[in-house]
Design a protein around this ligand. Structure first.
Ligand code: MN3
Length: 202
């Protein structure tokens, strides 16, 4: 069974002015669709066909560039769309807020750590907030379409929040101003979704 491009749960313009509609159209409809099609091509006829994407990533042969890049691209964007939303922003609450305070000292300190990871990732990549098996939180950044589910990548935890810092994610609206895009991202984070992922992962 082939992977399908997941549909967005909100309109292309729903995240404006923080993320513009044209970027969303191209990012979801072209880039994510491309990773999905190439992932299907990479697993076609192999014993990976029919496996779920997390299993595929956890056992990924990192020398298989088509699988690594497109499996990561498929998963990363699926997570990215879901951890954003038109009613996003603000602060997390409950157990996630407590875990953030425990790991980073405060929400502001977490925001600083995550933003620094996103801004200083050289070239294309992602910034992540991850849960370790003992329930503690960690921030890391990874290159290209890698993510911490893959063997030996990043902090090794389960990602519950991710930010795409490839230029295709922000260039139309922000050009070279990645820090402004990173700052705007905090206005669209769907903390309810991140909390659900935190509960599921720990
Ligand atoms: Mn992207």
């Amino acid at each position: 069974m082939a992977f399908e491009l997941p549909s967005l749960s909100y309109a292309h313009d729903a995240l404006e002015p923080h993320i513009d509609a044209r970027t969303m159209e191209i990012h979801h409809g072209k880039h994510h669709a491309g990773y999905t099609a190439k992932l299907n091509a990479a697993i076609s006829g192999t014993d990976l066909e029919g496996q779920d994407i997390v299993s595929i990533l956890k056992t990924c042969d990192m020398n298989n560039k088509a699988l690594r890049n497109n499996g990561g691209g498929y998963y990363n964007h699926d997570l990215f769309w879901q951890v954003m939303g038109p009613d996003g922003g603000g602060n997390p609450d409950g157990a996630l807020a407590e875990a953030i305070d425990s790991a980073f000292g405060s929400f502001e300190a977490f925001k600083e750590a995550f933003s620094t990871a996103a801004k200083t990732q050289f070239g294309s990549g992602w910034a992540w907030l991850c849960v370790q098996p003992d329930g503690t939180l960690e921030v890391c950044a990874t290159a290209n379409q890698d993510n911490p589910l893959m063997p030996g990548i990043g902090c090794g935890g389960t990602p519950i929040l991710g930010l795409d810092v490839w230029e295709h994610a922000y260039y139309l609206n922000y050009q070279n101003r990645r820090p402004d895009y990173v700052s705007a991202f905090f206005n669209v984070i769907n903390w309810a979704e991140v909390s659900a992922r935190f509960q599921a992962a720990k």
